[in-house]
Design a protein around this ligand. Sequence first.
Ligand SMILES: [Zn+2]
Length: 237
Amino acid sequence: MTDKSIPLYSLLNQCGCFLFSRKGAGMKLFEAVKEAVTARNAAEYYGIKVGRNGMAVCPFHPDKNPSMKLDKRYHCFACQADGDVIDFVAKYFNLSVKESAEKLAEDFSVPYEKYQSYNKTKDYQKPKQKKQTLDQFFHEQQIRFFRVYSDYFHLLKKWKVDYAPRIEDDDWHPLFVEAMEKYTLIEYKLDVLLSGSLEDRARLILDCQEEVKNIEQRIKEKFAGRCGCTSGSVTES
Ligand SMILES: [Zn+2]
């Protein structure tokens, strides 16, 4: 991720309506496994007999009477073996803690945020895809905003002339009023889209979604006939 994309990314993430919300992405591997599986669950799953009192024959030293207490964590009162579920499975199967956590996640179907780890091919493809999609989204929105504002700007320019009040008019035509009110503002927004900073463009795209949607709708339906523009060509000035 480049430095420039960080503010944009966080700006876009503020908007809950976008596809890129991280909500529901889940916990990280270690956290998720420890939350979902106890040392006792794992011991029983891998074939260790655990009594109702949570005591078991310790697999880590030659044990005759149950010396190990298993609950969320495990502790052996004889050999002092001690740890959480991930430590237990790592020691039992002679795995690294990472391998142990992955094994537990798989065996107990624990969902977790896979793209947090970067040491597997399938893992690091996720953030990459996400970023491409985000860039793509931003690019498309920028083109859309420019098209809509540009069409609207030409309409405003036309309305300023076509609906300019005559001496005998009592009231100003609403489209003339709208043109007077919006002309400079829309010109400014087009300027931002053309030459504004990344943050300014992202902010505009976030803040003006509703406005652009409405203008788009108006141009498409209501004004296509009324202002003499065909639906395919509204840019005529
Ligand atoms: Zn022991």
